[in-house]
Design a protein around this ligand. Structure first.
Ligand SMILES: Nc1nc2c(ncn2[C@@H]2O[C@H](COP(=O)(O)OP(=O)(O)OP(=O)(O)O)[C@@H](O)[C@H]2O)c(=O)[nH]1
Ligand SMILES: [Mg+2]
Length: 273
């Protein structure tokens, strides 16, 4: 839900760059930094990056167009895409006003993209407000990369969801993705209630403190509902050799085991009521 920062007298819209590991989320933010002068943005803040992988998040704030004379800022936040960091990703995605879902469109990474997207869909379903979504089909320069239309089909996206081709490493499609997400954010601001800015999201330091609170109880056994599992399994085409090779049997078994545990947990919860 867009928010109002009374300390700085401005509205804040949060755009979260979600997507699987190495899809190009951090690269998008770097190219945005290159394109926007420092007078119109913050520094990019990345706590504890390790060997080029995002461990917590990247954070960047840029100035947006004034709305009825009121200043508007966009917080751009990337999540860590590695599965092991899912417990850090979830609270960031839950607080998004708009999600820019960055896909690695190269064939070998499609199974990862499908699984991560299924998790996003599950999170979106649990929200009270709709979650505006922009999809970026990144790495179009890689041989055999899926086109935006092919990705739209694989992800079963509605025609209303924009899918933008990109080669983020060279800056291609980065601005288009950002502008589309900004437009969705401005619309969300008009349509929803504005809440006071949560302290946890006031700045990058506060966000880091907030994310660190999840370290004590990392929820690695994240609930995977049956429908999500169905989407993840069904969407991976078995006739696509490259994709099938990537989908290791152990991952599916793991997903199934977790879904079974979630179902039995829900059963025991409902019987104890
Ligand atoms: N070929 C190609 N490589 C890209 C493109 N965009 C990003 N990369 C490369 O992909 C790798 C991963 O990019 P990152 O931006 O760090 O990926 P990420 O999504 O932030 O990954 P995590 O932080 O692990 O979640 C880097 O080596 C990038 O240079 C692209 O359009 N084409
Ligand atoms: Mg990253």
């Amino acid at each position: 839900m867009p928010s109002f920062d009374s300390a700085r007298n401005c509205h804040i819209v949060r755009i979260v760059y979600d997507g699987p590991g190495v899809a190009g989320k951090t690269t998008n933010l770097r190219r945005i930094c290159d394109a926007i002068p420092i007078s119109r943005r913050s520094e990019m803040y990345t706590p504890a990056e390790l060997k080029g992988r995002t461990m917590f998040f990247d954070w960047l704030e840029i100035d947006g167009p004034k709305q009825n004379g009121q200043a508007l800022k966009f917080q751009l936040i990337t999540v860590p895409g590695q599965v092991e960091r899912a417990y850090r990703r979830k609270p960031l995605v839950e607080m998004a006003d708009v999600v820019a879902f960055v896909c690695d469109a190269s064939p070998a990474h499609i199974p990862d993209t499908l699984r991560t997207f299924a998790r996003l869909r599950a999170l979106a379903r649990r929200r009270k407000q709709p979650l505006p979504l922009v999809v970026q089909a990144n790495k179009q320069d890689v041989e055999g990369a899926m086109s935006p239309e092919q990705l739209r089909k694989r992800l079963k996206l509605d025609d209303a969801v924009p899918v933008i081709p990109a080669t983020a490493v060279n800056g291609g499609g980065v601005k288009e993705t950002l502008m589309t997400a900004i437009r969705a954010g401005v619309l969300a601001m008009r349509d929803s209630r504005i809440t006071p800015l949560a302290k946890a999201f006031a700045n990058a330091d506060a966000l880091f403190d907030h994310v660190l609170t999840f370290e004590d109880a990392p929820n690695t056994d994240e609930t995977v509902d049956a429908e999500e599992l169905h989407i993840a399994a069904e969407e991976v085409s078995v006739d696509d050799a490259a994709a099938a090779a990537q989908l290791q049997a152990s991952s599916l078994e793991d997903l199934e085991a977790r879904a079974r545990r979630a179902v039995s947990r829900n059963r025991s919860r409902s019987t104890s009521k």
